[in-house]
Design a protein around this ligand. Structure first.
Ligand SMILES: [Zn+2]
Length: 250
């Protein structure tokens, strides 16, 4: 009897093992497709966690004294707002050729507001931009599955020129290659900020960014997860991984 049970158990184990490579391969095949270029925890329509993170963002803007207005709903912008004054952290945002108002996600406004002090110390008084929100995909030559640009999410701004505290206008296309110190300091300042992802500049992407800095707010919509997991795991917390429970919480 025991021998038969052992044989059955072994057979089951073999079947399970045999299915592993296929599953793993399928998961690998699915992986790159499913793993998008979106911020961690990003879903559409926005999940409850995303809405909570968005509200927290606007609360923080208000606490910092930034006057903002809700913007009409935009596709793929989680927390669309206007900043009527177009000044964040004491740094002006000026469009080079478009008329406002400019929709942005709250997190771009918050990241710029937080960076304002450092930018002013560097000597930046104004960021002159072409685009903030625009529904488009990233530029990758030949890629069929091009992910959405952070501009589509309202999280990025393309800065072509800056104005310094001495009133000098510095142009990325012309002055970056001359190693303009304010531009280089801006690049370093944004790169070292946790509120931004690595900026794209002529220094690291000459092909697509030879004439502008792409500044992109970093946002993580999974911020609430550790807390929620802890709450779910009090008492009868199982030590086995439970992927189904994780997906059910979304
Ligand atoms: Zn850009």
């Amino acid at each position: 009897m025991n021998g038969r049970r052992l044989a059955v158990a072994l057979a089951c184990a073999l079947v399970a093992m045999a299915s592993l490579p296929w599953d793993a391969e399928a998961a690998t095949r699915r992986g790159p497709r499913k793993r998008s270029n979106m911020p961690p925890g990003w879903t559409w329509p926005p999940s409850r966690a995303m809405r909570t993170v968005g509200r927290r963002c606007t609360d923080e803007l208000t606490a910092m004294g930034v006057v903002w207005k809700r913007a009409p709903r935009q596709r793929k912008v989680a927390r669309p707002i206007y900043v009527p004054k177009m000044e964040l952290g004491g740094v002006k945002l000026t469009s080079i050729f478009r008329k406002g108002p400019f929709v942005m996600d709250c997190h771009l406004a918050l990241s710029l507001a937080r960076a304002g002090e450092v930018l002013r110390q560097i000597g930046v008084r104004e960021l002159r931009f072409s685009t903030i929100h625009e529904y488009r995909r990233i530029r990758v030559r030949g890629a069929k599955r091009r992910p959405l640009s952070r501009h589509a999410l309202g999280l990025a701004v393309d800065v072509f020129e800056i104005v310094t505290d001495t009133g000098e206008k510095v142009v990325v296309e012309k002055d970056y290659k001359k190693k303009d110190p304010t531009l280089l300091a801006l690049e370093r300042g944004i790169a070292s900020s946790l509120d931004f992802r690595t900026p794209l500049t002529p220094g690291n992407d000459r092909r697509s960014h030879r004439d502008h800095f792409h500044l992109e707010a970093r946002v993580n919509y999974e911020q609430e997860q550790p807390l929620r997991t802890a709450m779910l795991c009090t008492g009868r917390c199982s030590d086995r991984p439970a992927p189904r429970q994780v997906s059910a919480r979304r």
